[in-house]
Unconditional design. Structure first.
Length: 248
């Protein structure tokens, strides 16, 4: 990850020295962890993160202070809607199908943000420099003919499908909650942390004893994502009842 840190430092310095905003490509959760670990070193450029919507996991970083520069600049992100020409005859398309079709056009992953799929349609965030290329060249996903258009109506497609679940845990520790949500043994849950597979509110979490608070969002690579939503008091046996919302 030294290369990633060097790249971020170069962009921050370029913004400061040139008096212009600079932007990263879309960064994965793991790449963003490098930024968060070194966040204090970039405060002089007043960085902001955005990926297209509030639920985005893949995000860009913008370096540059609006107050110092005297102007603002939007993130170079375009929102595209991909939908079947004939929904009735469309395949049951999923995230992998849409991502694969885009990658088959020769597009690099860092040019694409999150892809939200619902009812055979996809909302895709991409760098504005490749939006027109996608519109002109993406005509098929799997065996389904599609059309692509720019959209500003993203709320319905990006709103997650959530499954509420009430669990009982001995404490609000993140390892205990993860074990219960994903039916893991204590040892299996503990092993996730040194491997760097757990993210709390977008940041890599290595502290397995971290106490969760309502509203915290936990991602476990290879297993899924959920929100620690609500604490509901103690059971008769002294266990903590809590509600989690699992992203589907």
């Amino acid at each position: 990850m030294k290369t990633e840190l060097k790249r971020l430092t170069e962009l921050a310095d370029r913004s400061y020295n040139s008096g212009q905003f600079t932007f990263t490509d879309f960064m994965s959760v793991a790449e963003l962890a490098v930024y968060y670990e070194n966040e204090a070193a970039f405060r002089f450029t007043c960085p902001k993160l955005f990926g297209g919507c509030d639920l985005s996991e893949r995000m860009m970083i913008r370096f540059g202070s609006e107050e110092e520069l005297g102007f603002s600049q939007d993130f170079p992100i375009r929102t595209l809607l991909i939908k079947p020409l004939a929904s009735k005859f469309a395949d049951d398309l999923n995230h992998r199908d849409f991502l694969g079709a885009l990658m088959n056009l020769g597009i690099k992953r860092e040019m694409l943000g999150d892809i939200f799929v619902k009812d055979k349609e996809a909302c895709v965030f991409c760098k504005d420099s490749i939006a027109d290329f996608i519109i002109d060249n993406l005509t098929r996903v799997k065996h389904t003919s599609v059309k692509v258009e720019v959209t500003d109506e993203t709320e319905e497609l990006t709103s997650p499908d959530l499954e509420d679940k009430v669990i009982q845990v001995s404490s609000q520790r993140i390892d205990a909650v993860i074990a219960k949500v994903y039916n893991l043994s204590r040892q299996e849950a503990l092993s996730l942390f040194p491997e760097g597979l757990v993210y709390l509110n977008g940041r890599n979490c290595t502290e397995n004893a971290r106490t969760l608070r309502p509203g915290d969002v936990i991602s476990v690579r290879g297993k899924g994502k959920f929100e620690y939503s609500e604490e509901m008091g103690l059971s008769k046996k002294g266990k903590l009842n809590c509600r989690v919302s699992i992203y589907r």
